[in-house]
Design a protein around this ligand. Sequence first.
Ligand code: FRU
Length: 497
Amino acid sequence: MKKIIVLFVFISNIVLAQTPHWRPTIHFSPQKNWTNDPNGLVFHEGEWHLFFQHNPEGDRWGNMSWGHAVSTDLVNWQELPVAIPQDSVWIFSGCVVVDKNNTAGFGANAMVAIYTADYHGKKENQHLAYSTDKGRTWTKYAKNPIIAIPYGSKVPEKDFRDPNIIWHEPTKNWIMSVVLPKQFKTQFYASKDLKNWTFLSDFAKQGDLQKMWECPALIEVPIENSNATAWVLLISSNGPYQDYVGMQYFVGEFDGKNFKNSNSADTKLYVDFGRDYYAAVPFYDAPDKRKITLGWMSSWQYAEKLPSNPWRGQMTLPREIVLRRTQDGLRLAQKPTKEVLESKTWKNVMFLENLNVEGEDGMGITMRSHSDTYKIEIEFEPLDSKEFGLKLLKKTTNNNETIIGYSVSNEQLYFNRMNSGDRVADEFPAFYGGYLKMNKGRLKMLILVDKSSIETFVNDGEFTMTNLVFPEEGSRDWQIFSRGGKVKVVSVNISEW
Ligand code: FRU
């Protein structure tokens, strides 16, 4: 008997080995179990709320409910009890708005959640719940559903989901965007009271149509260095890499009824060029009209195989988005919010300027971080270099590394996690990149490493790459490299958490 117990303890330890060295420090992950999309992002009475698709009972997708976390600084998240649990239906993705003027009658400043009720794959419709205690407890609306059948359909649809709502001041309407995923269609609805909705218009079959459309969000985004704004429609679907989910966006105008794409219908614009950026939506009511988005840092291609334990799934950093005028028209530019970048916890450990480097270990010494969470700001000017960049997450006892590089002749920024540590799944190791021009002969990168992820923002957020990696514990060495000639490191600034 004793032997059996010992064997059992031994086996369960193997199965349940915990992985604190992969638990992110400045990104949200639940204490335990599964998460996918962020939901109900909202700023309310001094708190940032992050609800999330959660399986409270397991580390795979299932029992879908809304988990809940709050933060006062967008960096430290406190997980609270499950906010909206499943009952006879699953609680799929959706949003939260603050009903300042009590349009719905649940009380002034009530928080109103509108989400998809999924009938275990048989049908989907839109439901409402409200909270009058800062999101701690929720009451499901007695007259749910608020939208049962999408406009144009005769019966409820199997796929009709992910409502996201804004307040549209010029028409004094709540506006909902919601998708019919397999028809590549976003529908817009309007309401005066959050309960009764009328159809406005469809926006369909433009951009990338390789994977179904999910998690739409219509946002009025400031145009950099001006007082003007334009409208952006975010859609989670196919990313820039064939067969991998990701996010695309459309830039255009919204007149309170129709969204009109400013680009041709076949223009494909991607939000992020990494493999792990999905389901990002904006925070409702962020102060100063800032537009702050946050996404799920994973990919449906391997999400259930991630080796972290006892949690599976984490969010991206919150990003402030703006539109930038470019030769091709308005394009998204993104950077981590100032709350993250300017946190007092960062300790500046190194600042160097004007170094010419060459070779695989360009500086001649391997740098070692004291922490698994650090930030690198670096600007390169390739003199005669053909290819340059950084090798991160190295360790002397193995040959693992993760490479962020730039090929001068191909004008490609690439990410290489072929050999970055745990291989996760066949679909995970990858070496891929995106087209990116230097800016006046220079390339500026901001890189945030946080244990099991690397987020890279290039040329002031014009290009971003978000990726998971699972290095062996203690992989803290890194190098700068340059092949085929010298690269000038105009400056490099390192801070550790
Ligand atoms: C996107 C998604 C949504 C859905 C939710 C279910 O990742 O598929 O469309 O509401 O996840 O968990």
